[in-house]
Design a protein around this ligand. Structure first.
Ligand code: MOS
Length: 695
């Protein structure tokens, strides 16, 4: 059964949890206060590399309210942990801001005060925190994020570039960027004998449970992760983080429930960020703009304690038809905090480079940038040779051009004035893979006509609760108002993370199958629900593994109009318009919110976001939202998202592709391309700052 043609999927249902959230009834992790609670405040390293010599525990234990002070010298040992999670397990300091101790006290104030006064002695060593493409310790990782091959090569790109009539050869760079969800991380950890319960805002309760189980050497069934509401994640809440380990360790040590709230300032060192990138892109083309060669070489950083290899060159493998292609990723381990997932890892920085280079190629060939992309549309996935399950980039470009008013655009840069402003327009393509992963769900019918659907999915603000109710309602042939969706708890049927834009596709499949199984049971029972209710479960492992080979991706086209102050270089995005092809749109209200949210984050990336490395101290300098700028309301003037109808039967029962990340992909390039059109200045190094424009 598919839910195509259904009544509720595709309709603009309001968020089912909206009232709980706006009235403050929704209980977030930090809101929990079990009896006997104590507060933990971690202490962060003030050196970027070296050893902890001594921590003055005795002095701090004499302070009011202090219950414990834990560091490597007295911490419970973890049976198994990788280096990043082996918190308080070694004297080594691998990055500035790494947790070196934690103080536990009766009140938050007592804990904070004692943590501030705790004396930690270090033996500092010289640190190396600077990413350079020619760093002598650059290495080739085994794989890059999401399991992709590190390098790929097809044909003979060097020869093709040497003989191509038109060549673009440029280096693009993106700075480190920090995820800043509205809700900072917070853990409440509580042991009950052998069992551990953790309240934690997470993008994946099932996977956090598995991580905690293996870390503490116990069966996953002994761990429960409770996370019904999450105030944004963007990748920062995707995997287990060191503060969760500290909270659990501290709770074990003191034998009481522990609350640990990570502050906004602490987040800049301990909850992940997007690696800075240096990317060389070379495009070789015929005079008319047909690509013959693409090479994309990426240089990035990771930390000493963990490898995270952002897959930035991966979109260059499948975007355009070019017979000769090469992509590479190189990493260097620096004395820096560990980079991690941030909305659209890989595609986001990678498409800034590729789509900027495509704009440079359009100019070099004298071809309209929309037309250039249309001319390079591949028949099949250039990388795998597989057919695309659906690919509507051209439709997005055409529809976007029409809505934006692209026709008749004068390509000449730096010639349009509106008062003090130089005005220009730009375009870039977007893409994101349509993943799906195994999940399970249960569906239950009550005698009063109501239904409950349960699975350990996460609604991180996306609207997952709402669309799962719509999907269940259609499958059960009832209304969403009669379906309660319970999620955000590892005690529920296991489900994949809210990550990789695969939540809806993965959980939706499980919900459809569980609801179908329940319908079968209802029919077998003659249509009447027995007094005790009826329940059915489903697991989609088989179905997902057996799916036919296709190249599955969502596409989009982003159009930007900018005004750049001719004297100061201050840049404003006057208009941003995106058109996306992402399968069936399950709920236009929540989908629009995802698209314009991603585009806004892309605008923020283009103009503002930049974590600045302090080379002397070896850490990112800007540790708060006063210094790390994210776009505010005044920066976001006119952002519009549309989509084209896409009927793709090779995806999942809903016919949907993920939409959580594609909105940010390509946005920064569209804006940089518009800035070039406005000013004649090509900014290849984000963000687009005034000092780079005015020389
Ligand atoms: Mo996303 S960065 O996969 O949460």
């Amino acid at each position: 059964m598919t839910v195509t043609g259904s009544r509720h999927v595709g309709s603009a249902l309001d968020r089912v949890d909206a009232v709980e959230k706006v009235t403050g009834r929704a209980r977030y992790a930090y809101d929990n206060a079990p009896a006997g609670l104590v507060h933990a405040v971690p202490v962060q390293a003030t050196i970027a590399r070296g050893e902890i010599l001594e921590v003055d525990v005795d002095a701090i234990l004499k302070r009011p309210g202090v219950v414990a002070a834990i560091w490597h010298g007295n911490a419970p040992r973890l049976p198994s942990a990788d280096e990043e999670l082996a918190v308080l397990q070694s004297r080594r300091v691998a990055y500035r801001g790494q947790y070196v101790a934690v103080v536990v006290a009766e009140t938050l104030e007592d804990a904070r005060n004692a943590a501030r006064l705790l004396r930690v002695e270090y033996a500092a060593e010289e640190h190396d925190v600077e990413l350079r493409a020619d760093h002598p310790r650059m290495y080739r990782p085994e794989r890059v994020n999401a399991g992709y091959a590190t390098d790929t090569e097809d044909g003979d790109p060097d020869a093709a570039l040497a003989s191509a009539p038109v060549v673009v050869d440029a280096v693009y760079s993106t700075p480190a960027e920090h995820n800043n969800p509205m809700e900072p991380h917070a853990t409440i950890a509580e042991w009950d004998g052998d069992g551990l319960t953790v309240h934690e805002p997470t993008q994946g309760a099932s996977s956090l449970r598995a991580s905690l189980g293996s870390l503490f050497g116990m069966p996953p069934a002994h761990v429960r992760v409770v996370s019904p509401y999450v105030g944004g994640g963007f990748g920062a809440k995707l995997k287990i983080l060191p503060h969760v380990v500290i909270a659990a360790l501290a709770a074990k040590q003191v034998g009481r429930p522990v609350k640990l709230a990570v502050t906004r300032r602490q987040m800049f060192a301990v909850t992940g960020y997007r690696t800075p990138t240096i990317q060389r892109v070379r495009l070789g083309a015929e005079a008319g703009g047909r690509l013959v060669a693409i090479t994309h070489d990426v240089y990035e950083q990771t930390s000493i304690v963990a490898e995270f290899a952002e897959q930035a060159a991966v979109p260059s493998r499948m975007m355009y038809a070019a017979p000769h292609r090469r992509t590479t990723h190189r990493l260097v381990r620096l004395d820096v905090p560990t980079p991690s997932y941030m909305r659209g890892p890989g595609e986001t920085p990678g498409m800034f480079a590729l789509e900027s280079a495509m704009d440079e190629l359009a100019i070099a060939c004298g071809v309209d940038p929309v037309e250039l992309r249309v001319r390079n549309e591949p028949e099949t996935d250039p990388e795998s040779g597989l057919p695309f399950s659906s690919r509507n980039l051209v439709a997005c470009l055409r529809e976007g051009a029409r809505r934006f008013g692209w026709a008749g655009r004068d390509p000449e840069p730096g010639v349009r004035r509106g008062g003090r402003l130089l005005v220009g327009t730009g375009v870039a393509a977007s893409t994101y893979p349509a993943y799906r992963a195994p999940s399970s769900a249960s569906a239950r019918a009550e005698p009063d006509g109501r239904f409950t659907v349960r699975l350990a999915a996460a609604d991180i603000g996306t609207g997952a609760r709402t669309i799962l109710a719509q999907i269940a309602a259609d499958t059960l042939r009832t209304s969403p108002g009669l379906v309660v969706v319970e999620l955000g708890d590892s005690a529920l049927p296991s489900a994949v993370v809210a990550g990789g834009s695969m939540g809806s596709a993965s959980w939706g499949t499980a919900v459809v199958r569980a609801c179908e199984a329940l319908r079968d049971r209802l029919e077998a029972a003659g249509g009447a629900v027995p007094p005790g209710g009826l329940e059915a479960t489903a697991d989609t492992t088989q179905e997902v593994r057996a799916q036919e080979p296709f190249a599955r991706h969502a596409f989009g086209a982003q159009f930007a109009e900018v005004g750049v102050d001719a004297d100061t270089g201050e840049t404003r995005v006057l208009r941003l318009l995106g058109v996306f092809a992402a399968g069936r749109i399950l709920n236009p209200t929540t989908a629009r919110s995802q698209f314009i949210g991603g585009m806004t984050m892309g605008l923020s990336m283009a103009l503002l976001e930049e974590s600045i490395m302090d080379r002397e101290f070896g850490d990112y300098l800007n540790h708060d939202l006063a210094q790390y700028h994210i776009a505010g309301c005044a920066d976001v003037r006119d952002v519009q998202a549309f989509w084209v109808e896409e009927d793709d039967s090779h995806l999942n029962p809903m016919g949907s592709k993920g939409i959580g990340e594609i909105g940010i992909v390509g946005t920064a390039a569209a804006i940089a391309n518009a800035v070039h059109h406005a000013t004649g200045v090509r900014i290849r190094d984000l963000p687009i700052r005034m000092d780079k424009l005015v020389r």
